[in-house]
Design a protein around this ligand. Structure first.
Ligand code: DQA
Length: 145
């Protein structure tokens, strides 16, 4: 059975109260519950971590080596700034899918660039909490194939 590491980056712990017009009303707990249910259906195991700290996310990616076969990541604002998270993902070479609740290309120009996208299998952006579920499904399909 595949094991997937789900990483949520900074400020995603505030989901539900944070700019609901952009990010929706679902809390992180709600999203994690949906992911657990989806994982059951897909017959994969998931481990979930949220951190507001770049280094903690880098450490989590390193620890995934040999433990998890795929990574689903919403790096939040670090998507647009973090060479370190990108290098960690490239370094462990674990297939990664990048997700965003909002459509980052419809927003401010500084959100249009992702350091992660070039080393990810693919990116899903703009479908609210469904982005995570679609991302998990795409990652598991990729691993199964
Ligand atoms: C986000 C988009 C980022 O630009 C932003 O900094 C976030 C959330 C999203 O899920 O839409 O924190 O990753």
């Amino acid at each position: 059975m595949f094991s997937i590491l789900v990483l949520h980056g900074p400020n995603l712990n505030l989901l539900g109260q944070r700019e609901p017009g952009i990010y929706g009303s679902a809390t992180l707990e709600d999203i994690n519950g949906l992911l657990e249910r989806e994982a059951l259906g897909l017959q994969v195991k998931i481990s979930i971590l949220q951190s507001n700290h770049e280094g903690a996310l880098v450490d989590a990616v390193h620890s995934a080596w040999g433990q998890h076969q795929g990574i689903l990541i919403n790096a939040g604002a670090y998507t647009h700034t973090s060479v370190a998270i990108r290098d960690a993902l490239a370094g462990v070479k674990i297939p990664t899918v990048e997700v965003h609740l909002s459509n980052i290309y419809r927003r401010e120009a500084f959100r249009h660039h992702s350091y992660i996208a070039p080393i990810a299998i693919g990116q899903i952006s703009g479908f609210g909490s469904d982005s995570y579920l679609l991302g998990l499904r795409a990652l598991v399909n990729h691993l199964n194939n």
